[in-house]
Design a protein around this ligand. Structure first.
Ligand SMILES: Nc1ncnc2c1ncn2[C@@H]1O[C@H](COP(=O)(O)OP(=O)(O)O)[C@@H](O)[C@H]1O
Ligand SMILES: [Mg+2]
Length: 262
């Protein structure tokens, strides 16, 4: 038997995301400098790092919204530009204009437009896919509501439903837990886990170090450069964190102190 035969074009053998020597700048100082890592398919990965460390920039560069100064992003072995339909994005909440008069159902259906030729109306099957996605995030009851009338956590779930309806293999989420209550956080985490069980790859910007180990298979620690990438136990290392978070980590240890004393 010839064991050395390889087929590099088979997407199942390629990492879902391969970031290779990525440098991205807005001005003279790079927001990301020489970042390289790869994510196998089917993993739930957290991106952590202090404010301004380049987390959102990394997500936008993987999406192709930002042009790198240097380096390349490959999705399933293809340059990212060729794999656009395989990636869905759930934006940071503050970045969306909620006054836009559109219903929950319409937001989710927008995820299907790329799949339907422009001369056709969305058919029964498209509506069904949108309904299934809303069911998954437990938002079916709200399908007729205006998106602007929902709470932050509900809006987040609708955007997850849209990403799901899009049929993407990779989901990129920017701080999905920011500003939501504990019950909503649990509901969103359930959806992330179900999505992972369905074989999708998820990259999630996360700001809470106290839950990072519980939520994610692996973590990316970023501050302009990639400081660490690996198991939560390896990345959430005291010395590493104090180097990256500097003064702000004191808040974190004060918190654990408070819990111990109470
Ligand atoms: N549109 C922009 N124009 C100029 N600088 C930006 C822009 N977006 C982000 N930056 C800068 O790039 C760095 C990384 O930002 P960002 O990726 O948003 O960090 P994070 O998401 O980790 O908070 C920061 O110094 C930020 O000020
Ligand atoms: Mg950000």
């Amino acid at each position: 038997m010839n064991q050395s035969s390889k087929d590099n074009s088979d997407s199942s053998t390629n990492p879902a995301i391969l970031v290779d020597n990525l440098t991205v700048s807005y001005g003279p100082v790079p927001a990301l400098l020489d970042v390289s890592f790869k994510v196998p398919a089917g993993q739930l990965i957290g991106i952590i790092g202090p404010n301004g460390s380049g987390k959102s920039t990394l997500i936008k560069a993987i999406l192709g919204f930002l042009k790198p100064d240097f380096g390349t992003v490959y999705l399933f072995g293809e340059p990212a530009a060729h794999a656009k339909g395989r990636v869905a994005y759930v934006p940071q909440r503050g970045s969306v204009d909620w006054d836009f008069p559109v219903s929950v159902q319409e937001v989710v259906l927008m995820g299907r437009y790329g799949h339907v030729p422009w001369w056709k109306n969305l058919g029964q099957q498209e509506w069904q896919l949108a309904d299934d996605a809303l069911e998954m995030v437990r938002m079916s009851h709200y399908r007729k509501r205006q998106i602007g009338e929902l709470s932050g956590g509900q809006q987040q779930r609708v955007f997850m439903a849209r990403a799901m309806a899009q049929g993407a293999d990779i989901l990129l989420l920017d701080e999905p837990f920011a500003g939501v209550d504990a019950a909503t956080e649990r509901a969103i985490l359930d959806v992330l886990e179900q999505t992972k069980q369905a074989g999708k790859t998820l990259l999630v910007v996360h700001h809470d170090l106290t839950t990072a180990a519980e939520y994610f298979d692996a973590l990316i620690l970023l501050k302009q450069r990639l400081y660490a990438f690996g198991s939560p136990e390896a990345v959430l290392h005291r010395r590493l964190l104090s180097e990256v978070y500097e003064g702000s980590l004191r808040i974190f240890s004060d918190l654990s102190q408070t819990t111990k004393n109470s």
